[in-house]
Design a protein around this ligand. Structure first.
Ligand SMILES: Nc1ncnc2c1ncn2[C@@H]1O[C@H](COP(=O)(O)OP(=O)(O)OP(=O)(O)O)[C@@H](O)[C@H]1O
Length: 273
C-alpha cells in the first residue's frame, strides 16, 4: 500500500486549490478553494449549472481539472487517481443499480468490481443487505423496489469496500419524505459508526440544514459562501432561513421547475424511478 504523501492538510479529507475546469466557452469551476475536515457531512449547494457535479466528477477522478489541484484522502486526484478511487465511494445522480438484477446480484457485482472475493465478499454483501434494510427483498428484482429502497441499495453498493469518503450527487432527489429520512439515517450511520466523510450535492435546503455539518454555496463556478448551516443563517440576519441564505449568495431564487422533472424523468426512463 503506497504511503500517503506528507501533507500539511492531513486532517482534511478534501482540499482543493484554485480548482478550475473549462469546457468549450464555459468555465464550470473557477479557482475553487475548499477544505473539508475528515468525518464531516458536507453539502455543496448552488443553482443549476453552478459547478456542483463538475466538482464531484473531478474529486472522484472522472474528470480532469483544467488548472489548480485537488487532494482526496491525501492523494492528488490527477497524480494518483487509483489511490483516490480505492478510498472513495460514489453514488451518481442517475441510477447505478441494475433493475434487471436482484439486490444480492447487484451487491455481488459491485463487490467484485471493488476487488472483493470469497468469504469476505459474502460477509460484506450480507452486512450491506442488513445496512440497507433490504434482507426481506434481497432476492427480488430491483425494478420492483421503491425509489428509497433503490437509493439505500446504491449507497450499500458504493460502500462495500469501506471507503473513507462517500460522494453522492443529489441523493434524495424525487424521494418521498419517509424515504428521504431513511437515506439520511443511513448516511448519518456511516458518519457515526465508520467515520466516513460524506460530500453531497443538493437543491433541498431542508436536507442541507438537517443532514450537513457544513455547507458551501457555489455560484457560476465560484465559492460564494461556506460555513455551518447555523453560522450561515446567523450571518444572513435574524430569522434568516437557508432559503434566504441560498437566494442571497446564489443571486437567484430556487429553481424547483423543469430541471427536477428532467432528472426524475430520466431516472424513470431507465426503468427504475
Ligand atoms: N461535458 C460538458 N461539456 C460542456 N459543458 C459542460 C459539461 N459538463 C458541464 N458543463 C457546463 O458546466 C457548467 C456547470 O455544470 P454542472 O453540471 O457542474 O452544474 P451543477 O451545479 O451540477 O448543476 P445542476 O444543479 O443542474 O446539476 C454548466 O454550465 C454546464 O452546462
Amino acid at each position: 500500500m503506497p504511503e500517503r504523501p506528507a501533507n500539511p492538510d492531513s486532517n482534511a479529507a478534501i482540499v482543493t486549490r484554485a480548482l478550475t475546469r473549462q469546457f468549450a466557452g464555459i468555465r464550470a469551476l473557477d479557482r475553487l478553494d475548499l477544505k473539508i475536515a475528515r468525518g464531516r457531512i458536507f453539502g455543496l449547494l448552488g443553482p443549476n449549472g453552478a459547478g456542483k457535479t463538475t466538482t464531484i466528477k473531478i474529486l472522484t477522478t472522472l474528470l480532469e481539472p483544467s488548472a489548480g489541484s485537488a487532494t482526496v484522502a491525501g492523494f492528488d486526484v490527477a497524480a494518483a487517481p487509483v489511490e483516490v478511487r480505492r478510498r472513495i465511494g460514489y453514488v451518481p445522480q442517475l441510477l447505478s443499480a441494475d433493475g434487471a438484477l436482484t439486490a444480492i446480484e447487484n451487491l455481488k457485482l459491485s463487490a467484485r468490481l471493488h476487488g472483493l472475493h470469497g468469504a469476505l465478499l459474502d460477509a460484506r454483501v450480507k452486512e450491506a443487505l442488513a445496512f440497507a434494510n433490504l434482507d426481506a427483498v434481497a432476492r427480488q428484482l430491483v425494478r420492483t423496489y421503491s425509489g428509497g429502497m433503490i437509493r439505500r441499495l446504491e449507497i450499500a453498493q458504493a460502500t462495500l469496500h469501506s471507503p473513507e469518503l462517500l460522494f453522492l450527487d443529489e441523493p434524495t432527489l424525487g424521494l418521498d419524505p419517509v424515504a428521504r429520512h431513511t437515506v439520511w439515517a443511513r448516511l448519518e450511520q456511516l458518519q457515526r459508526e465508520h467515520g466516513v466523510t460524506i460530500l453531497i450535492t443538493t437543491h433541498d435546503m431542508e436536507e442541507a440544514g438537517a443532514l450537513c455539518d457544513e455547507l458551501a454555496i457555489l455560484h457560476r463556478g465560484r465559492l460564494a459562501a461556506i460555513g455551518a448551516p447555523a453560522a450561515l443563517k446567523a450571518a444572513a440576519g435574524s430569522g434568516a432561513t437557508l432559503d434566504d441564505v441560498f437566494a442571497h449568495f446564489s443571486g437567484a431564487a430556487l429553481e424547483p421547475g423543469g430541471r427536477y422533472r428532467d432528472v426524475r424523468d430520466s431516472r424513470r426512463a431507465r426503468g427504475l424511478g
